[in-house]
Write a protein that binds this ligand. Structure first.
Ligand code: GUN
Length: 295
């Protein structure tokens, strides 16, 4: 029997409805949750992401603002913008869209953001809080979204073997940190695999929950998946397709059609993890606003 498709669009809509309700409650108390996105340069993909973040904010009744800076902006100028946003009480969340131009040190930029406004969950203070299970911290939006998807689709996680493909700071490492905590959507035994892992398939075949975040198109094949496993595909890869209207199509890290014959549940690409990321960004921003005002 083919796997059940986990509908990221529907789950994200549910999260966004809750965010809108939470935002409305704060607004009724005189606090308008506000997210400021800073975009440096004119990378077309980043411009699309940033526009959708601002639109999602306003759709949830929040204040969304984008500051666009030229690609030549000196690092000091960007840091000064962050200082101003850190000091602005109307700004509850700050997100500097990555990647930044090469002359700017991304780590310096991330460290300059007040951790209480770091709704991306990239600041070392938040990374540490997520690791120690401090509920005060902000988890990065993509792994937080994956955890919500597991909970919302009724996946039992306690005691399960979770195998994560990819050790990035944005997805793989925080995903592991979330899944090893005790509590809902967690209590897993976690393995992280990466580019130097030997015998990858031996690890993936043990997984009750397999999370692919490696950025390699359709790399996870059916023979790598244990029958009945839950497969979460974080990958968003562009592959050439002369037959497609744009000359390319978007695929995940998982060979969907084949793996869906083996797995019990699987996320599609697009329409899986992707929509969750913005939903969690909004949720983090509302929480930042609530915390800032002692609610
Ligand atoms: N670039 C691609 N994804 C992200 C994200 O989640 N946050 C930021 N700041 N930049 C990104």
């Amino acid at each position: 029997m083919p796997a059940e498709r986990i509908d990221g669009v529907a789950i994200a809509a549910k999260v966004r409805a809750q965010v809108a309700a939470d935002a409305a409650a704060l607004i009724a108390e005189g606090v308008v949750p506000g997210l400021t996105v800073v975009l440096v340069g004119d990378d077309p993909a980043s411009a699309v992401y940033v526009a959708s973040k601002e639109k999602a904010c306003t759709a949830a009744g929040m204040r969304g603002e984008t500051i666009r800076l030229p690609a030549t902006t000196p690092e000091g100028e960007l840091l000064a913008v962050i200082d101003r946003l850190n000091a602005d009480p109307a700004v509850h969340g700050i997100l500097v869209q990555m990647p930044v131009p090469r002359h700017i040190d991304a780590q310096q930029v991330i460290r300059r953001i007040d951790p209480r406004k770091d709704v991306d969950g990239f600041h070392p203070v938040n990374a540490g809080k997520v690791l120690i299970g401090d509920a005060d911290g902000f988890a990065p939006c993509t792994p937080a979204g994956v955890q919500v998807m597991l909970v919302e689709s009724g996946v039992e996680t306690a005691g399960k073997e979770a195998v994560i493909l990819g050790r990035s700071t944005i997805v793989g490492k925080p995903m592991a940190a979330l899944l090893i905590q005790s509590g809902k959507g967690a209590d897993c035994t976690v393995t992280i695999c990466h580019s130097r892992t030997t015998n990858l398939a031996a690890h993936t075949r043990r997984a009750d929950i397999l999370i692919a975040a490696i950025g390699k198109p359709e790399m996870v094949t059916a023979d790598m998946v244990k029958p009945g496993a839950v497969v979460i595909d974080v990958g968003i890869n562009r592959v050439e397709d002369p037959g497609a209207p744009k000359g390319y199509r978007i695929v995940g890290d998982v060979k969907y059609d084949d793996v869906a014959q083996v797995a019990s549940k699987i996320t599609p690409v697009p329409g899986g993890v992707g929509p969750m990321t913005i939903a969690m960004l909004l949720a983090n921003t509302v929480r930042a606003a609530r915390l800032a005002h002692g609610r």
